[in-house]
Design a protein around this ligand. Structure first.
Ligand SMILES: *[C@@H]1O[C@H](CO)[C@@H](O)[C@H](O)[C@H]1NC(C)=O
Ligand SMILES: *[C@@H]1O[C@H](CO)[C@@H](O)[C@H](O)[C@H]1NC(C)=O
Ligand SMILES: *[C@@H]1O[C@H](CO)[C@@H](O)[C@H](O)[C@H]1NC(C)=O
Ligand SMILES: *[C@@H]1O[C@H](CO)[C@@H](O)[C@H](O)[C@H]1NC(C)=O
Length: 441
């Protein structure tokens, strides 16, 4: 559970105070209207609409302009992109706005047909008793999302290389992709690092290389944790240096998906120009507290700037933050996630912390797109906006079934309400991935 620690109280907030919310939504819509119009007229920015939700319980007045800029600029009220569709047809359908619908087709693989499911996500094998969470499909509001087709994907990727760069959620995503693809072609693992966190596979008959690269800060970092997640010292992060872990291979990639987030909540010392500039949570008198969002913004900026300005052009997806679903506690204070069905729209709200992270992601994404400008030959940068659809799936986490038959274990069982069971809702991310890659370029 070392990748799940969070020092911030972000317990699940049920929807409440509807009137207040409505008022706040309208206020924010108005505030952001101008910004939305700017985006609307830019052919290069493709940002899906977003549900603007506030924690009604914590707020007593609408956000000021300053606040709105801090956390929300870049988010567009849902009404604004509708006009797009009538003008540009279904090609421009926003695949990230929609709902989960029941689908009795069932999972595309099982713990028996995919050999590479990691122990902690192998909920079937670990004895999770319910299976209702297999039978849902993501349905975008304005179009249909075709299901992932391994043959088409592998042919598309012939002679290409794709890397997922990030933390354990990226690994989770790659494992889902591996399981789906391995139903058509079994890959060969051609590289792994000591801890099996950076790995590479090769699909020989399609000459397709798939990698996952461990880089939980995207920028250069030094982590002082043992295998059980006990830190002997604060993380040291160089916010101005892209992580050599992925940079040294960058020239070999055709496609990348980058995503980080939760590691920025850890106690950390931040460096720029090789000098300490501040920290998060270090509580040292002579080191200023900068807040994790400062570091997150800077690290994303450093990363996107490198990608956008690189000579080597890479199709890049920036995946947005992934929410957890701990209820009645945190990962380390007895929080759990035992729901067995998706939420419906309005039943749940994004927590402050994910809202801040997503706000930073959208802002840095927009900046990078602007830098990329109108160059036709530049890298293609897209937002892979899985936050909201993931928020609606509290039922897809291992919970106690991160361990083998937890009911037979004496004593406290750790819950995982952050990563996803395989098979599980994260498989749908690959439907979205395929849709973006094939539609894109
Ligand atoms: C909010 O952002 C907009 C656009 O980025 C900017 O023009 C405006 O001055 C900002 N407002 C405040 C109060 O910071
Ligand atoms: C898959 O899970 C089932 C329980 O759902 C279990 O009986 C079976 O042994 C598992 N298969 C493998 C290969 O672990
Ligand atoms: C595959 O890529 C290599 C190196 O980029 C290139 O030399 C080769 O011609 C490509 N083969 C095909 C079938 O595209
Ligand atoms: C989830 O667990 C809580 C506490 O153990 C229990 O009260 C609740 O009924 C459970 N819900 C479901 C759907 O099993």
């Amino acid at each position: 559970m070392k990748e799940m620690s969070s020092d911030i109280n972000n317990s699940l907030i049920p929807a409440k105070n509807k009137q207040m919310k409505m008022f706040v939504k309208i206020a924010v819509s108005l505030i952001l209207m101008g910004f939305a119009y700017r985006l609307y007229f830019s052919t290069y920015v493709q940002i899906p609409p977003v549900i603007v939700v506030f924690d009604g319980g914590h707020r007593s007045s609408p956000p000021s302009l300053e606040e709105a800029n801090l956390t929300l600029s870049g988010e567009i009220p849902a009404i604004d992109t509708r006009a797009d569709d009538s003008m540009l047809g279904s090609l421009n359908c926003d695949i990230f706005t929609g709902k989960w619908v029941q689908d009795l087709t069932g999972p595309r693989y099982t713990n028996n047909t995919c050999e590479t499911i990691e122990h902690h996500q192998n909920c079937m094998k670990n004895g999770r008793p319910d299976s209702g969470y297999f039978y849902w499909r993501w349905k975008p509001r304005d179009c249909n999302l075709p299901i992932f087709d391994s043959k088409t994907f592998l042919n598309f990727m012939r002679n290409k290389s794709m890397a997922f760069i990030g933390d354990s959620i990226s690994r989770n995503h790659v494992q889902s992709l591996l399981c789906i693809l391995s139903q058509v072609e079994k890959p060969v693992e051609v590289y792994h690092d000591e801890g099996y966190r950076t790995r590479r596979w090769f699909f020989d008959s399609h000459k397709f290389t798939l990698s996952v690269i461990w880089s939980p800060f995207l920028t250069e970092s030094k982590i002082f944790e043992d295998n059980d997640g006990h830190a002997s010292s604060a993380v040291r992060v160089h916010l101005d240096k892209p992580d050599p872990e992925w940079v040294h291979e960058f020239h070999t990639f055709d496609y990348i998906e980058i995503a980080v987030g939760k590691w920025f909540l850890k106690t950390a010392i931040y460096f720029e120009n090789n000098e300490i500039i501040g920290c998060h949570n270090c509580k040292k008198a002579h080191v200023p507290e900068l807040g994790f969002y400062y570091a997150y913004r800077k690290a994303l900026h450093t990363t996107l700037d490198f990608i956008v300005k690189s000579e080597h052009k890479v199709y890049t997806l920036l995946r947005t933050t992934t929410p957890d679903h701990f209820e009645n506690g945190e990962w380390n204070t007895g929080g759990y996630c035992n729901r067995t069905a998706p939420f419906i729209e309005g039943e749940v709200e994004l927590r402050d912390i994910d809202m801040v992270m997503r706000g930073v992601e959208l802002e840095e994404f927009n900046k990078a797109v602007r830098v990329m400008g109108r160059s036709r030959n530049g890298p293609i940068l897209k937002l892979f906006d899985t936050t909201h659809l993931s928020l609606l799936r509290p039922d897809g986490h291992p919970g106690p079934y991160r361990a083998f038959h937890p009911d037979s274990i004496d004593g406290e069982v750790q819950n995982d309400c952050l990563h996803w069971c395989l098979p599980g809702p994260i498989d749908s991310w690959n439907d979205l991935l395929m849709n973006m890659l094939l539609k894109g370029s």
